[in-house]
Design a protein. Structure first.
Length: 652
């Protein structure tokens, strides 16, 4: 049951309570209290919803069907709230404690969002304590806040993003980024000897382990593999002989009986006397073809599930001890799935795992078994956090600040990597700067300001291109004169994603840059709505307003800066999660012939623009981006020179 709330009051003891009210809107007392909301004693539902609430994102909400990854009680980013905190102390004690900390009675970590009211607005509560009032002004960081104090209450609140589709997109981003990193690991032939018992291995971090298991447990991975194994379980056929009474035999093997004829089990006459020279056997040998499921491959699958169950149990215990409740809940749902898989009847006749059938064709080729074997390899290899801000991002993945913007950057990087993989030939992963071999295993490293590169090659019309994909490459102003066009001619630039293209043997470099912008500015939507006349006719919208419907205009200004400031740049483009199913790309070509055109311009670069790339809707959008990249590569391969930067320079 989902509820849109205007005001809500939680109470844990007579003088221990928190009341939260939206600074806008209007409430009316609810007819009943939802028993699922812990410690809730009063609720006013919202009767004057704003535009975001009409789109499904209320200022205060209770989601009865929230995913385990999210808290059920939710506030909204960039929204203001009135906060009353009732405590079991006197006014004098409250004044003294307030002088020790600007954020009291909340934790110091909330100094940027909590503003306490002047003491004259505080008041004694009817229960005998004091009520401290204030305001919460939430910024644009989605995540978890815990409104707790030293007086016995704890209220965990999910701050959700205003972006439409945020809940589903956040889960898709997590799963897709984990899948992409694991895919990179699987492309490298690991020189490591993999341990036998994964449950005995110490995880690099809870965050890294959560990433791995989230990838493994996504709906189309391990659950689907186990269903496939269940439907087409591997078995061995063998023949089992038995001696049965004649009257119980439907089909017998006379040749086997004659090989071991025993005169004690024959009698004179009888129905088979014609075959046995006047005698009939009282027993015959039968052969039964038996299907045996107790194979090394099935023992291995069962063992993997058992080890994963142990690993999850330990992870849940560690997360709970660290008060990472969201992650612990999510891991608990995975453990329940594993336990359900292990409870299936098909495992009852499967014995104990004794050796690894690593050369088995079943594990390497058969559906279900093949995928599970890969999941096992990934888990045994291990995976460290792929970015420098490990602590900040990690705490978000485990239930604090949710790093939706950073995740979208990594997701876009892997989306472009996937597009390049379909156009070009991938250089062996061990030769890249992203996969590293460390003492703890294989690592995928994507670090801001560090060299993170994946290499590709492409051949077109007898021309070989070298193509490099960079994450957050630094373009600096060189400190000495150069013959080549490298770096920046002004200051430091750090695009999220850069693609370097060059003809083999040539010193000229061509750069394309991409900046990932997850959020969409909805203010222009409201501005357009205000332009509607009474007869629902929409007045003409300016070009600037039309651009802002999809991405912010300052993002395009930044693309101009990249295009001009970074030497050798041919194009710079915004990547944004367009909400419309038919959201299309926008390309602004720096050439007079492109002005006023209704169809695609004849030139692809130099240019700036924007490409929609949305979690869950990537396939058709990525195809559009892939066509653009392929056309750019072919243009560079077909032309030896590019003279845009040539100018008049003094020969002195």
């Amino acid at each position: 049951m989902n509820i849109s709330i205007h005001r809500i009051r939680f109470q844990w003891a007579p003088s221990v309570a928190i009341e939260i009210e939206s600074s806008k809107g209007k409430g009316v007392a609810a007819s009943h209290i939802v028993p699922e909301i812990p410690a809730c004693i009063e609720v006013e539902t919202e009767v004057s919803p704003d535009d975001y609430e009409l789109k499904g994102i209320p200022a205060i909400g209770w989601r009865g069907e929230a995913d385990a990854l999210f808290e059920r009680f939710q506030l909204r980013e960039n929204t203001d709230y009135l906060l009353d905190i009732t405590l079991p102390i006197s006014m004098e004690e409250a004044v003294g404690l307030s002088q020790q900390s600007k954020t009291w009675p909340l934790n110091d970590r909330y100094a940027t969002i909590f503003r306490r009211d002047p003491m004259r607005r505080w008041h004694a509560s009817v229960e005998g304590g004091v009520t401290v009032t204030g305001q919460i002004r939430l910024g644009n960081h989605a995540g978890i806040i815990e409104l707790s104090s030293a007086y016995g209450h704890s209220l965990r609140v999910e701050v959700v993003c205003k972006k439409l589709g945020y809940f589903e997109e956040f889960k898709i981003l997590l799963t897709d980024v984990a899948r992409a990193m694991c895919d990179l690991l699987l492309q490298l032939d690991s020189p490591l000897s993999l341990p036998m018992r994964i449950a005995d291995e110490v995880a690099v971090s809870d965050v890294g382990l959560m990433f791995l298991i989230r990838y493994i447990m996504s709906g189309d991975n391990l659950p689907l593999a186990i269903d496939e194994i269940s439907d087409h379980m591997h078995s061995l056929l063998f023949e089992r002989q038995a001696i049965e009474l004649l009257e119980h035999v439907d089909e017998a093997r006379a040749d086997l009986f004659l090989d071991e004829l025993d005169s004690s089990i024959v009698r004179k006459g009888g129905p088979l006397s014609r075959l046995f020279r006047g005698f009939t056997p009282t027993h015959l040998v039968t052969v039964e073809t038996v299907s045996l499921r107790d194979t090394p491959e099935n023992r291995y699958v069962k063992y993997f599930l058992e080890e994963l169950s142990v690993l999850l149990s330990r992870l849940i215990h560690a997360l709970s001890a660290d008060r990472k409740h969201n992650a612990a809940r999510e891991a608990t749902t995975w453990l329940e799935q594993i336990e359900e898989m292990l409870s299936r009847a098909m495992w009852r006749e499967v014995g104990k795992f004794t050796h690894m059938p690593s050369n088995s064709q079943v594990l390497q080729r058969r559906r279900g078994y093949r995928e599970l074997f890969e999941f096992d390899r990934v888990l045994r290899m291990g995976l460290q956090l792929p970015w420098k801000r490990a602590d900040d991002i990690g705490s978000g993945l485990l239930g604090d600040i949710r790093p939706i913007n950073e995740l979208y950057e990594y997701w876009c990087f892997f989306a472009i990597r996937e597009a390049l993989s379909e156009i070009c030939e991938f250089v062996k992963a061990s030769q890249s700067d992203i996969i590293k071999l460390a003492t703890s295993g294989l690592e995928v490293k994507l670090s801001k300001g560090k060299r993170s590169r994946l290499g590709f090659t492409m051949r077109h019309n007898d021309c070989d291109l070298a193509i490099n994909l960079f994450y957050n490459h630094n373009f600096r102003r060189p400190n000495k004169a150069l013959d080549a066009w490298l770096g920046s001619y002004t200051t430091l630039f750090k695009p999220d994603i850069s693609v370097e293209i060059s003809q083999k043997g040539s010193t000229k470099r061509h750069w394309l840059h991409f900046d990932a912008k997850y959020r969409i500015d909805f203010d222009p939507l409201e501005a357009v709505a205000e332009n509607e006349s009474e007869d629902n006719e929409v007045e003409e919208v300016s070009f600037d307003q039309e651009i802002a419907l999809f991405y912010q205009q300052e993002d395009l200004f930044k693309m101009h800066t990249y295009r001009d400031g970074i030497l050798g740049s041919r194009g710079a483009y915004v990547l944004f999660p367009g909400n419309a199913e038919d959201a299309d790309s926008t390309l602004f070509v720096r050439h007079p012939s492109a002005f006023g055109m209704t169809s695609a311009p004849a030139y692809l670069f130099p240019s700036i623009g924007a490409y929609p790339l949305t979690p869950g809707r990537k396939v058709t959008q990525q195809e559009n981006l892939k066509r653009f990249l392929k056309a750019v590569f072919e243009s560079i391969a077909d032309n030896d020179e590019y003279t845009e930067e040539d100018g008049y320079f003094s020969s002195d």
